[in-house]
Design a protein around this ligand. Structure first.
Ligand SMILES: [Zn+2]
Length: 621
């Protein structure tokens, strides 16, 4: 509706009328009011309508329905007549006379300083008790899975390619088929088995990884399509070594790399496509078909991992178990609050170019309530209608940006000034994400990637606990504590290995992915975070058997690893270990996202105020 004749011009508003057992009820909500007000003395007769409301002063509205619109005058007590009109809105239209207004509190996140420090006794205990990278454990799993335990340079160069199905493919796919067959043999009959077959053995032939899935999808429309048909076009753009030598592995690798390029550079992709069409049109068509197949294959990959994570496909003493169920039970066993409702993260395909997965941290409701306030009635309505994730999505659409080099000087510390949108795009783990998610490379063979997915989920579960536990303080500023990467990686490695151990005993390939990763990383440096962190957490678990106590120590250690060696029981158990702190160079700077007040219209935020609280009290430890 529009109400004219006011001191500040026309006012927009919303008039709501509803029949209620023959009686009319309603509200009016003008743009200069934060909330709707009730109508009184409503009278309707034929096409005539009258009501009274405390809207922009006390007004008596009279009007008539004509051609679908209401039109009339609103009289003040002193007799001034103001014109008004109203036209119907669709019942599903979302209309706010006053735009929803929110405030995002100032957030400080990240780690500051030049180095990480680990207490000497913890490092010494870890190194004494766990051989770096545990090559023997990895070799045993590989042998049991029926694949070669790679060593030396091959561990660095070949193992990632094998995990992506483009090196030693015959060996690894045979092992995967054997594993799937053994897994299938113990899946209880019924819908889970049907789903298992739909994913891994549709129409009787195995689909092991994205390459199989891509070829199957491409062949659905073109049954005679063969991988080799793509070779001439790929060779013409220099993406195959030489046509004569190009085997299925190098064709699959080239196609996967093109798929990855398409995901991040559509222009570059189009240029290559044109080159291929010019050089070898028939082969270029095969490439196009197969690339569409890789799109479908990436979806298959995410679906396969989700199935392995969520479906109760594991025969056990009681009811069939799922990895997700075991994950929740495991965290419950550590006394973690809310473990039973631990959300299964979304699995999102992201071509990294190597076997890689990363967690993206969502915002649990308790944290959302701390960082965002709804400043008016519309905002509360909007949140009720769309929910917190939609607001976090909207924050990603703000055009505001401070550029790459913006900084704020605090008390002895320089903060990088940034926005939710920029930080979310730049940080590996995202920032204030709408949902917990795991990004994973689609070529990471699902049976090997399962360990990585569980590992990332452990990160999400641990970080969620830390965020629920944010200490109050700093007034309007919310400070995320920094996470020590050795503790975080160690916890994820150790809990994943423990969770998957019963499965790895039956299906060794499922345990091999993570074991191989640690063996490979151990070659890069002795103090690699996963390798040393794993040994540290495992050593700690060995002397602190109480699960809840162990987790409490690790939560403290994530903020400051010295918390562990200061604990009395640890000091006693590790009295024989000493040595200086291990100092690892890791320069980093904290980020500051200013307090931002904004309205939202059609899902897009409009910033109306920005405030920086210069950090003085919030000094790093
Ligand atoms: Zn990790």
């Amino acid at each position: 509706m529009l109400l004219g004749g006011g001191a500040t011009g026309s006012l927009r508003g919303e008039l709501k009328l509803a029949g209620d057992g023959g009686r009319l009820r309603g509200t009016i909500w003008l743009q200069n009011s934060d909330v709707p007000v009730e109508l009184s003395s409503i009278r309707a007769d034929g096409t005539a309508l009258a009501f009274t409301a405390e809207a922009d002063g006390r007004l008596r509205f009279t009007g008539a329905l004509n051609g679908g619109a209401l039109r009339g005058v609103a009289a003040t007590d002193s007799g001034t007549a103001r014109p008004w009109s109203a036209a119907p809105l669709s019942p599903i239209a979302e209309y706010y006379p006053v735009l929803p207004r929110f405030t995002l509190r100032q957030v400080i996140a990240g780690r500051s300083g030049m180095e990480l420090r680990l207490p000497g006794p913890w490092v010494a205990a870890a190194r004494a008790e766990v051989p770096a990278g545990e090559p023997a454990a990895y070799a045993a799993l590989a042998r049991a899975a029926g694949v070669a335990a790679l060593e030396g340079e091959a561990l660095t160069s070949t193992s990632p390619l094998r995990a992506m199905g483009v090196a030693r493919r015959d060996e690894v796919t045979a092992a995967a088929r054997r594993t799937l067959l053994a897994m299938r043999a113990q899946v209880p009959p019924g819908s889970v088995l049907t789903e298992f077959d739909r994913i891994f053995r549709p129409r009787g032939s195995w689909i092991i990884d994205v390459h199989d899935a891509a070829l199957a999808a491409a062949r659905a429309g073109t049954p005679t399509l063969a991988l080799e048909q793509a070779a001439p076009a790929l060779a013409s753009i220099g993406w195959l070594p030489r046509e004569a030598e190009a085997g299925a592995e190098s064709v699959a690798l080239a196609l996967y790399r093109l798929h990855a390029l398409g995901a991040r550079d559509t222009t570059g992709m189009e240029t290559l496509r044109e080159q291929m069409r010019g050089a070898s049109p028939a082969s270029a068509r095969a490439v196009d078909l197969l690339l569409r197949g890789y799109d479908a294959g990436a979806e298959w990959h995410a679906g396969a991992l989700r199935f392995l994570l969520v479906a109760p496909w594991i025969r056990s003493d009681g009811a069939p178990a799922s990895i997700a169920g075991r994950m929740r039970a495991d965290w419950r066993g550590s006394g973690a609050p809310g473990a039973d409702s631990l959300e299964v993260p979304a699995i999102v395909s992201r071509p990294f170019g190597y076997p890689q997965a990363v967690p993206r941290y969502g915002v649990p409701p308790q944290l959302f309530a701390r960082i965002v306030t709804a400043d008016n009635w519309s905002a509360r309505e909007w949140l009720g209608r769309h929910g917190p994730p939609a607001l976090l999505e909207a924050l990603r659409r703000t055009p505001a940006d401070y550029g790459e080099a913006a900084s704020v000087e605090g008390d002895g510390e320089t903060f990088r000034l940034t926005t939710v949108r920029r930080q979310s795009g730049e940080a590996t783990n995202g920032f204030l994400e709408p949902h917990d998610a795991i990004l994973i490379d689609p070529a990471y063979m699902p049976l090997l990637a399962l360990g990585a997915v569980v590992h990332e989920w452990q990160h999400l579960a641990f970080e969620r606990l830390r965020r629920l536990d944010l200490r109050p303080g700093g007034g309007d500023v919310v400070t995320f504590p920094a996470t020590d990467p050795f503790v975080a990686e160690g916890l994820a490695e150790w809990r994943t290995e423990r969770l998957l151990a019963p499965l790895a005993a039956r299906f060794p390939l499922l345990g091999m992915g993570e074991a191989e990763k640690r063996a490979r990383l151990a070659r890069t440096r002795a103090d690699e975070q996963h390798v040393l962190g794993y040994a540290m957490v495992r050593a700690l678990a060995g002397i602190v058997p109480d699960e809840a106590r162990q987790l409490a120590l690790l939560l403290d250690a994530a903020e400051d690893p010295r918390a562990v060696t200061q604990a009395p029981e640890v000091r006693r158990a590790w009295a024989r270990f000493g040595g200086p702190e291990l100092v690892v160079s890791a320069p980093s700077r904290r980020v500051l996202i200013p307090e931002t007040t904004f309205t939202i219209e059609d899902g897009f935020p409009d910033i109306i105020g920005t405030r920086i609280v210069v950090p003085a009290a919030a000094r790093p430890r």
